[in-house]
Design a protein around this ligand. Sequence first.
Ligand code: SF4
Length: 468
Amino acid sequence: MLHMAAVHPNQIRFDANLIRRYDGRGPRYTSYPTALQFTERFTGDEYREFALQSNSSDRPLSLYVHIPFCRSLCYYCGCNKIVTRNQERVSRYLDYLHREISMQAGLFTTSRRVTQLHFGGGTPTYLDAAHLGDLMATLERAFAFAPSSEREFSIEVDPRTVDEQAIRFLASLGFNRLSLGVQDFDTAVQRAVNRMQSEVQVRSLLDAARAAQFKSISFDLIYGLPLQTVSGFERTLDTVIAMRPDRLAVYNYAHLPARFKGQRMIPAEQIPQPDTKLAILQQTITRLSAAGYSYIGMDHFALPDDELVVARRNGSLQRNFQGYATHKRCDLIGLGASAISHVGDSFAQNAVTTQAYEALLDDGRLPILKGLAIDADDLIRADVMQALMCYDSLQYAEFDRRHGIVFADYFRAELERLAVLDRDGLVQLADTHIAVTPRGRLLLRSIAMCFDRHLADADVNERFSKAI
Ligand code: SF4
């Protein structure tokens, strides 16, 4: 595999000055091009063509199911969610979701197995056992699931919505990976963001998940939340490290109250100063590294025997909408309001509001609102991003062979931009390859931005959060 030679699984160097200098706003590149490039010129009919054509490939399928409902509002949240207790509204949404599942399934041949499935939200565990069971049964009837041993089926779990029995139930439905939204164990911080959940609660769910043989258990943490301090977050890290989840995603809180109404509940003066945030990040990296976690890239850490680390070693790691995945490219079918599909060389996004989503299905149409047919140039650029964000390196010779280009000529302007980052120590530009340095690994998005030809069109300050 081309990228592996320069992979240093655990090397990461915290450089506060560099981070301060490069702390600009930018995309997270869970896709390239990013969703900002999607347009309404791309229609459901076009998506249908891409889907039918994709059946000539042997790529397996990956399903993403969006459950937008939550029981209460976490003030920091920037997700597409609906806070409601109205069960009628939930049941109606699920009826439409079942309809969409059967329309989508009709586009794909049953020889294409579903190897990956992810329930995200909102709060997937907002649904009760009957709804979850129905949904899984519909998916399994509509699509051909791969044998259990080849499945990577994951679900986002809000610890406040489940008990040990519910965890066992999720396992019985076939889920074998889960991520728990922890954020911070500090009760003052939890109160400030309106999300109270105890260590005891999380510990009991973790124990239940291990007993139910979930293969990979992930925690989400957030730094930069109101009232967070270095010492408070250190206690959270102590607890987390003692619990030893297989994976950790440590996200930066982006305070954008103009865009996310709920964030207006957070007084600006409660948000830690940039230097405190940096100190929390540094401490997080130091503590997790000392505890044996490898840095995967872009907010993600994993224990050395976790599949993400193995995938990084054997060349099958992928950057995707959930962060990173361990399988080589699948065709991704997004189901539910706002969900994004990535089929063949296309992206398609469903209508974001449940009303618009349901209205399109009422018309007998796929609920796709916008998307993009990815052109040849963006496919090459997306491959550059994958190499840099998954493997921290890119070898020109193999890349040129694969794409029929001469990298140095094709990306002359980009390499000039990257030369500045080379002088600053984020990357090393050699005659044969680009290598991300241990310092640059925390600034992957600044590096990737050099190859993004659409950035000039985007209002970067408005649309994106800061890198750190
Ligand atoms: S953080 Fe999760 S549970 Fe909280 S409001 Fe957002 S989507 Fe809902």
